[in-house]
Design a binder for this molecule. Sequence first.
Ligand SMILES: *[C@@H]1O[C@H](CO)[C@@H](O)[C@H](O)[C@H]1NC(C)=O
Ligand SMILES: *[C@@H]1O[C@H](CO)[C@@H](O)[C@H](O)[C@H]1NC(C)=O
Ligand SMILES: *[C@@H]1O[C@H](CO)[C@@H](O)[C@H](O)[C@H]1NC(C)=O
Ligand SMILES: *[C@@H]1O[C@H](CO)[C@@H](O)[C@H](O)[C@H]1NC(C)=O
Ligand SMILES: *[C@@H]1O[C@H](CO)[C@@H](O)[C@H](O)[C@H]1NC(C)=O
Ligand SMILES: *[C@@H]1O[C@H](CO)[C@@H](O)[C@H](O)[C@H]1NC(C)=O
Ligand SMILES: [Cu+2]
Length: 545
Amino acid sequence: MARFGLLPALTSVLLATRALAATVNVNWDVTWVNASPDGFERPVIGINGAWPCPTLEATAGDTIVLTINNQLGNETTGLHFHGIDQVMTTWMDGPSGVTQCPVPPGSSITYTFVANAPGTYWYHSHNMGQYPDGLRGPLIVHDPNDPYAGKYDEEVVLTVSDWYHDQSLSLVQNMLEASNTQFLPPFPDGIIVNEGLGANVTFVAGKTYRFRIISFAAFASTMLHFDSHTMQVIMTDASYVKQAQAYQLRIAPAQRYDVLISCISRDHRNYPFLLSLDINRDFANDPPQAIVWPHNATGYLIMDTSGSFPQDVVSLWQPVNDVTMTPLDGAAALGPVAQTITLNFDFCTDVNGLPRACFNGQPYIAQKVPTLYSVASTGENNTNPVVYGDVNPFILATGSVVNVVVNNLDSAIHPFHMHGHQFQVLDRPGSNTGSWSGRNRTFPASPMRRDTISINPNSYAVLRIQITNPGVFLFHCHIEWHVEMGLTATFIQSPELLRNVSFPQDHIDNCVKQGIPYRGNAAGNTQDVLDTSDFNTVPPTTYTG
Ligand SMILES: *[C@@H]1O[C@H](CO)[C@@H](O)[C@H](O)[C@H]1NC(C)=O
Ligand SMILES: *[C@@H]1O[C@H](CO)[C@@H](O)[C@H](O)[C@H]1NC(C)=O
Ligand SMILES: *[C@@H]1O[C@H](CO)[C@@H](O)[C@H](O)[C@H]1NC(C)=O
Ligand SMILES: *[C@@H]1O[C@H](CO)[C@@H](O)[C@H](O)[C@H]1NC(C)=O
Ligand SMILES: *[C@@H]1O[C@H](CO)[C@@H](O)[C@H](O)[C@H]1NC(C)=O
Ligand SMILES: *[C@@H]1O[C@H](CO)[C@@H](O)[C@H](O)[C@H]1NC(C)=O
Ligand SMILES: [Cu+2]
């Protein structure tokens, strides 16, 4: 009985927070649009015939009911809500082939979920490399009990991204050639800020601004520094931290930082801020000049529109170390640890000689049945990873505390993201520390939390979560090109609580329309779920919408 006790407990927490909550209803058509955010016109994926995509806003506890209709004509689609826990709504998480079938042209899907925790989030397609083609936008969940209320006057959303002139499908196809023996991702053509060429923010003396900074990037991190204005970090992803000073931020793909900036009253002029794409291999050290700072953008804190706009920002290489921050709630390190999942990441080559990225020697290979649908329909066998195929599946037991150790065997830094959790970061040492040996470094008593963490080259991170949220949640590198190379693992949490769970009919209809099986093991075998003979064991070699 005990292990089923969790469900009513979680449900009552949800109901309590929803007592005063509203419903946010949104209907969007997903459409092709031409746009030229950096002066070069190309087709992008927008909403309702417009791009940039709109900002989605809610208050903590609200239910978001978002219907998208795929009007692309020639590509499937879907949306993921990055950083949202999806408590008891794992089927609303959005990745194609994992918690749903892709939405075919002409069809709709409705995502209904509770914006359970305040913070700065974003939504994006989790289908075939589509977000670098434009299908992404901010998701802001306001906090009625904001612990920093009264410390700032206004909010500013600042999005940063690398930008490509070619569409993702062709970039992916070119990357996955046998000739790419260096495992190189496509390199961006530029940087965009607020989906355009810069951002000017009106600043008024005496006021403090809360910047909600979001990276939409597919590959590069962004170095951000404000001239003469220090940032005070108050949130890392969707986790409050004790106010921490930062001269410069290194914002990895998919990360968010909420920072307070007070307008200095020393003088009355315009202050530039510099955003530089960083493709440096090493977070901590001064980068080799040859490969760093390839694309810059400058915005201004404007106090005097008739004044001068200085061009130069003196920017040193001094990114703040996020792991040194402390959570505002002081939550202790979870424990005792019941399970340690070790993920050794390195590039690898598949049976066709094509470049891939692997965990423990195995690239993620999408199966015929979305993994969550297999969890629901394989009965007692759903705790056996064999039924899920080569999706790098791990079974995580209800209520247990799990260490996730990532050993980055590559010589570059990578940003890893976990769906469904703000994980604790117990350790994330500098470059060239080697793999975690289980040696007893001192972990912080109260580790910081976030949902996307940069892991240094030839080094590791120790992350920790507790399994309180049944579902199928991915763990992957958020360099979108590395997702396409296979750098994903699948965390199957509390599968015993998901037996025979039913899914929204519109979700299942999208599978039926495309002839995608939605019951049984990875190959759709409902009779003998341990029969792996029809599983996908070779990654795809061609990419279509
Ligand atoms: C910001 O202001 C500067 C100075 O007026 C101007 O050159 C630049 O185009 C502005 N940027 C945007 C995005 O409006
Ligand atoms: C970008 O800014 C950095 C820091 O000021 C500078 O060193 C670099 O030369 C700039 N890069 C470009 C392409 O302008
Ligand atoms: C770490 O500490 C634990 C508890 O004190 C001990 O059992 C274990 O052997 C230590 N591990 C190493 C690698 O020293
Ligand atoms: C799930 O459904 C199957 C087939 O209808 C049934 O045999 C089984 O008892 C159900 N399992 C649970 C846990 O309800
Ligand atoms: C598990 O799968 C095997 C092979 O299909 C089957 O024989 C067995 O009955 C299944 N066990 C349960 C409890 O469903
Ligand atoms: C779909 O159509 C758009 C707009 O014409 C085009 O830019 C895009 O390349 C097409 N996608 C595929 C997969 O053909
Ligand atoms: Cu990566």
